[in-house]
Ligand binder design. Structure first.
Ligand SMILES: Cc1ncc(C[n+]2csc(CCOP(=O)(O)OP(=O)(O)O)c2C)c(N)n1
Ligand code: SF4
Length: 283
């Protein structure tokens, strides 16, 4: 059966403000899934709370719109229960770098095979424009009427320090780059983060025109397996780079679990594994 883009759209029409960057990100994700020919019934989307958290409503897949900042742990459960499914996670900078920021490290260390679309508009959009961990110093918002005084989170170096096995950055106005990166991220075995800068037009801390001028693709000669080079490029602010910063191969959680299961049952091949027997061992 030949699928079309329509197959990846749910019956619920997006309700984002006209001009919101999230429209472009959603379209790129739908195009990437179509190009990879992943059946919608084999996709699980988990999202956090925020305007970007509505991804799970608009994408045609099995979906779970969970609590604020808790999309990643829920997605780990989904992947462990259904290892053959493509697991997608979507959310914003407040959801994923503020309240939920502590969940990235354990998922990275386990190298859970999922793709996290982290959409950064540098503000809390849904709750009407409070400052987030990526709001630049000095910005006046509802929660910083005299200007933000906390230092801005350097996001990519944090992902690199956690050794997330695939790390990329793109911008919501570059459909071609986003789609290509998403395809690579979904195909990657292990945790992939596609970090996308995406303007909120209603609380415009990040503006579309400035964003387009700020980012340029990584040089063709760039080697994404060189971590120290990735740190250097991730810290650069003039110009700021987009593209795949880092990609390495290491065992995933499902591979480790399969291997542990094999070891635990190796000497007992003749006898089927019994959960009941294990539980009785604690009685
Ligand atoms: C535990 C909890 N704390 C706070 C909130 C309120 N809240 C909902 S969304 C949100 C921030 C959303 O910002 P972001 O993740 O950047 O997403 P955006 O709306 O900008 O896409 C907050 C603080 C909540 N729903 N639950
Ligand atoms: S408030 Fe901002 S992030 Fe939310 S839908 Fe509107 S433009 Fe998009």
């Amino acid at each position: 059966m030949k699928r079309t883009l329509q197959d990846y759209k749910s019956d619920i029409k997006p309700v984002w403000c006209p001009g919101c960057g999230d429209y472009g990100v959603l379209a790129a994700l739908q195009k990437a899934l179509l190009a990879l020919e992943i059946p919608p019934e084999d996709i699980i989307t988990v999202s956090g709370i925020g305007c970007s958290g509505r991804f799970s409503h608009f994408l045609n897949s099995y979906s779970f719109h969970g609590t604020h900042g808790r999309a990643l742990p829920t997605a780990v459960g989904a992947k462990t229960a259904k290892p053959d499914c493509t697991v997608l996670v979507a959310g914003g900078d407040g959801d994923g770098l503020g309240i939920g920021g502590g969940h990235i490290s354990p998922v990275a260390r386990k190298n859970v095979d999922l793709t996290y679309i982290l959409i950064d508009n540098r503000v809390y959009g849904l709750t009407k424009g409070q400052a987030s961990p990526t709001t630049p110093i000095g910005t006046k918002t509802k929660t910083s009427p005299l200007g933000v005084y906390e230092s801005t989170l350097d996001v990519l170096p944090v992902f690199l320090a956690y050794d997330v096995s695939f790390i990329a950055r793109s911008i919501s106005t570059n459909m071609k780059q986003m789609t290509e990166i998403m395809q690579a991220a979904i195909t990657h075995k292990g945790m992939s983060i596609v970090y996308i800068m995406s303007p909120c037009v209603t609380f415009p801390v990040l503006k579309s025109k400035e964003m387009k001028e700020m980012y340029q693709p990584l040089p063709d000669s760039y080697d994404p397996t060189n971590k120290m080079m990735a740190f250097e490029m991730a810290y650069k602010s003039g110009p700021m780079y987009s593209g795949i910063f880092y990609q390495i191969s290491k065992p995933t959680l499902d591979e480790q679990l399969d291997s542990d299961f094999e070891k635990a049952t190796r000497n007992n091949k003749s006898k089927p594994y019994s959960v009941e027997e294990v539980l009785n061992g604690f009685a």
